[in-house]
Design a protein around this ligand. Structure first.
Ligand code: ZN
Length: 314
């Protein structure tokens, strides 16, 4: 099918959220604590809607269920990816996700979560939490029980354009003043390890200490991002990561480029500038899918896009 599937995002109010989705992306947000934009999502907790064209108004989950031919006749039961923009005005809790095997057994057959972050923008002195300093599970447990959070948590400086792959079992947190594009497995299973002692409506948010200790990788191992560059016309295409669940690339365009689709179907988010896709105008904040059979596509303009795809059946 030669039709671009544009998505209407779902927004989530969060105690740590801000209003940059409106100021930076022009979205019509529900309030000044909008923390997450579920930009391309078929997850039950925030199912996106197709905007315009043959399938106008249809939820992505329904489209995936009833028109699997648009998605390479994938055998995956649910749409496997979830693309979010996250606006952290305050620190997010420190958390960890299980892998598929642990989630399947302990979370009613849910998927685990591998995710990755592209830093869209951040304050000059912004930091992020990735990893921890415990050498084994015993030390991890005692540091948690003794509230030695500063010693345990690994904090590092970040800048715009940085990229992090967060494998299951990796302790992580987004900190205040950060705008992120997240590509992840379509899962909502998060174990909260530490919430800085904050209260919500007078009560601390639930922590999941035992499950966190179960799944945290000890000792932490850093993953280095891939840095493979290709050129196509006036576009520079950078492969950020390839893992069993997704490949993520960044396209920087100044002019025109003809590109061949990657994967059976491909997800795109315009993160900077504007231009056209085969003559259809797109701008910063737009999210779309090229379905199976779309083939070669022509980009023009001055813009940056993040794109992702799954490997499909092997
Ligand atoms: Zn996470």
């Amino acid at each position: 099918m030669r039709e671009i599937l544009f998505l209407k995002p779902v927004f989530k109010q969060m105690i740590w959220g801000g209003n940059r989705m409106a100021s930076e992306y022009g979205y019509d947000i529900p309030g000044d604590n909008t923390g997450e934009c579920w930009a391309i999502s078929a997850h039950a907790n925030g199912d996106g809607t197709i905007c315009g064209g043959t399938y106008d108004g249809v939820n992505l989950s329904t489209l995936y269920k009833e028109h699997r031919e648009l998605f390479g006749n994938s055998k995956e039961e649910v749409f496997p990816l979830l693309i979010k923009i996250i606006d952290a005005k305050a620190d997010l809790s420190i958390q960890v996700h299980p892998d598929d095997a642990y989630a399947n057994v302990n979370e009613n057959g849910s998927l685990g979560k591998t995710e990755c972050w592209y830093i869209l923008d951040c304050d000059e002195d912004a930091t992020i939490v990735i990893g921890h300093n415990a050498k084994d599970k015993a030390e991890l447990r005692s540091m948690i029980e003794e509230n030695r959070w500063d010693e345990l948590i690994s904090v590092r400086p970040i800048k715009k354009g940085d990229f992090f792959q967060i494998e299951p079992g990796t302790v992580h947190a987004i900190k205040a003043g950060t705008l992120i594009l997240e590509t992840q497995q379509s899962s909502d299973i998060t174990y909260r390890l530490y919430d800085y002692g904050r209260l919500q409506n007078g009560k601390p948010r639930e922590l999941h200490i035992e499950k966190s200790i179960d799944v945290i990788e000890c000792p932490h191992r850093d993953r280095t991002a891939e840095n493979k560059f290709d050129r196509a016309g006036d576009a520079r295409v950078q492969t950020m990561v390839t893992c069993p669940f997704y490949t993520v690339k960044k396209i920087c365009l100044k002019g025109e480029a003809e590109l061949s689709m990657d994967g059976d179907y491909q997800l795109f988010s315009v993160i900077e500038g504007n231009g056209t896709v085969d003559g259809t105008p797109v701008k910063k904040g737009d999210h779309f899918i090229l379905p199976t059979g779309y083939g070669v596509y022509k980009l023009s303009g001055e813009m940056e896009l993040m794109t992702s795809f799954t490997r499909g059946e092997q």
